[in-house]
Design a protein around this ligand. Structure first.
Ligand SMILES: *Cc1c(COP(=O)(O)O)cnc(C)c1O
Length: 413
């Protein structure tokens, strides 16, 4: 059997779908809630299942598809690189990793910044946690993170994640994390003791419900960190790579963090993680202190370079802000008639629609109508649309979404 199972005659495709579901049932660990849909092909903000049904994707790749599905420059870069050099370990220099490190560091604008590469968001945060402890020195190992945060699923990043539901059954957690409510500077200050070495935060909480920082909060964290000689670590795994209308979300504020972690959109859909650190922080990782076998591999790095090039050449940072405004207008227009829509929180293409009721029926109804959206923390409809989303696609999807949100107010029959 070939890998491409589309297009197929409908009956065959249906048989294939039944087979796929059966294989998952028999052979794949059931740790995800999966829709009963098998996706086979994507272009931009459109994706197709194995029955040929088309979907408009307002949540491509769970935030990884910042350029939508199969972005042409990324596809071409990967195709060229895969035929030239797939992988060599970090005992060698490779051109793509050097170019990507330079491209990212220059875009932070921090003098002397340096990059480290891995394969995922959680790994990027693990590296940041190690850096914070190494930088802190003997006896300084505690990190303050925020309630409702999400930093990943490996044991260090999980301990950093301030949501008890994700810790359930897994204790003992890695010690040394203390949690402050997001937005509360006094709470952060109260948690600091002589063993504290860092503050770690998502500048906008993503999984936690698209929570925007209150005015002055980010700057206040920098002040507190400076006063106590703590590192300020920004988890920009979701907010990075142009998502918010700037390369990195921290660039909306007048401060610099000490470490920024990245993944998700970094390589336009190819697995890639990394971090950027200020030079005095970067130098704590010496040979033997940390590594990632696949980190900075040529394919991922070429995909990331193609992603950066696309964002720049197509003016997509500006487009992120335009898309935000268009969504805002649409959602605000339905709010008077839908009092159960209590607000929209958005920065660029990171969008949360706050409902006063459960949002799951909206996700399900949209799926049936060919629109892919997400719901987090029960009541937040979360959208992470591609920066390449067209106006037509945006309006088409919003019409469906608005109708399904409006339906929440109807008495159930
Ligand atoms: C998704 C996410 C992670 C985890 O990334 P993985 O690649 O799944 O390990 C970490 N932090 C934030 C803010 C995220 O959104």
């Amino acid at each position: 059997m070939g890998f491409r199972i589309y297009p197929l005659p409908r009956s065959l495709a249906q048989a294939m779908q039944a087979d796929t579901k059966l294989r998952f049932h028999n052979y794949v660990v059931a740790n995800y809630t999966r829709y009963p849909v098998c996706l086979v092909r994507g272009v931009g903000s459109r994706v197709w299942d194995d029955e040929g049904k088309e979907y408009l994707d307002f949540f491509p790749g769970w935030g990884c598809g910042i350029l939508g599905h199969c972005p042409p420059r990324v596809v071409a870069a990967v195709q060229a690189q895969v035929a030239q050099l797939v992988h060599v370990p970090n005992t060698w220099h490779t051109e793509p990793q050097g170019l990507l490190a330079e491209a990212l560091c220059l875009r932070t604008g921090w003098p002397g910044a340096q990059a480290f590469f891995c394969n995922s968001g959680t790994e990027a945060n693990e590296a940041a946690i190690k850096m914070a402890r190494l930088h802190g020195g003997p006896g300084r190992f505690k990190i303050i993170t925020m309630l409702n945060s999400f930093h990943g699923r490996t044991m260090g990043s999980l301990a950093a994640t301030g949501q008890p539901k994700y810790h359930a059954g897994l204790s003992p957690m890695l010690p040394g994390f203390a949690y402050a409510p997001f937005g509360d500077l006094d709470a952060v200050a109260r948690l600091i003791d002589p063993e504290t070495c860092a503050i770690m935060i998502e500048p906008i909480q993503g999984e936690g419900g698209v929570n925007l920082p209150p005015a002055g909060y980010i700057e206040g964290l920098r002040e507190i960190a400076d006063r106590h000689n703590l590192l300020l670590i920004f988890d920009e795994v979701q907010t990075g790579m142009g998502r918010t209308g700037k390369w990195f979300a921290h660039q909306h504020y007048s401060i610099q963090p000490d470490i920024v972690t990245l993944a998700k959109a970094l390589a336009g859909g190819i697995a890639c993680g990394g971090l950027i650190a200020r030079p005095e922080v970067a130098q704590v990782l010496k040979p033997g202190t940390h590594a990632a076998t696949f980190g900075g591999n040529p394919i991922a790095c070429m995909a990331a370079l193609a992603t950066i090039e696309t964002i720049e050449q197509e003016g997509l940072l500006t487009r992120a802000t335009e898309i935000e405004a268009l969504f805002r207008n649409r959602v605000e227009a339905i709010m008077p008639a839908c009092p159960w829509v209590t607000g929209i929180r958005a920065m660029g293409t990171m969008i949360g629609i706050q409902l006063a009721v459960d949002g799951a029926p909206v996700v399900k109804a949209c799926l049936e109508r060919g629109l892919l959206v997400n719901c987090t923390h029960s009541t937040v409809i979360r959208l992470l649309p591609s920066l390449t989303l067209t106006d037509e696609e945006l309006f088409q999807g919003c019409s469906i979404l608005e109708e399904e949100i409006a339906r929440l107010g109807q008495p159930t029959s």
